[in-house]
Design a protein around this ligand. Sequence first.
Ligand code: AMP
Length: 271
Amino acid sequence: MKILLNNKALFESLRPFNDLGFVPTMGGIHKGHLALINKSNKLCKKTIVSIFVNPKQFNSKKDLRSYPRNIKKDLKILKKCKKVDFVYLPKFKDIYVDKKKSNITLLKRDKILCAKFRKGHFEGVLDVMNKLTKIINPQKIFMGEKDFQQLYLVKKQLERIYKTKVIPCKTVRDSRNIALSSRNFLLNKSNLVIAAKIFEKLVSIKKDIKNNINISSFLNLQKKELKNNYKIKIDYLELRNINNLKISSTTKNSRLFIAYYLNNVRLIDNL
Ligand code: AMP
């Protein structure tokens, strides 16, 4: 596993390879990331993982400051899994070479779910993914369905501009069915108990949707119940179509999307 600390090292090392799988991360490596790495390892000759906490996709300074970082531990895990050929650890200046401001904007129809509550977040994500793809030039990029809206927007943008294919990977959960996330490192034991209960409740809500005629008022009621029972703040609880992310009036091709705060940590999930 070769560690690439700047673009020069990256260009020199990657030049001979034309079947490259790329797994972009912000570190805090967990089994969700490892699932993407495994898939890349199966489908591509070489796998590169990047670790870069992109400041431009954080809409809150506090969130950026508290984002879990442990590069030593991350490298140890990545080395141990034996499926990673390169780890790219760029500095801010490697990514933002030109000081030009990005002109990426979201379409009105995409300003939903997290885009509605985290202003500028996806503009930052799309900008960094665009830059990383240009620098690394991978054949395939592996991204998780846990961050469904991110996957949807990045796939749409990158496949329009580059030959790169964005490959979706299923959400990896722990034994209690909590979606793995680097942000879970910020939760305590009792928070995790609540997160597991919320997941169970979401499963039953999704099941009950089938029998309800007015989905939006049903979900509003469920949202209130979740808020009261678990004392959480909920940004959204919505059923949306997986192909266009429009509000859904049927469970067919649809997922239930949630974003909520537990212990001031913002968690997202979809099922
Ligand atoms: P992050 O480090 O949180 O930016 O995530 C890097 C990549 O890993 C993204 O494509 C995420 O969607 C994906 N990812 C994060 N958590 C999970 C999970 N529990 N299961 C599958 N993929 C995940």
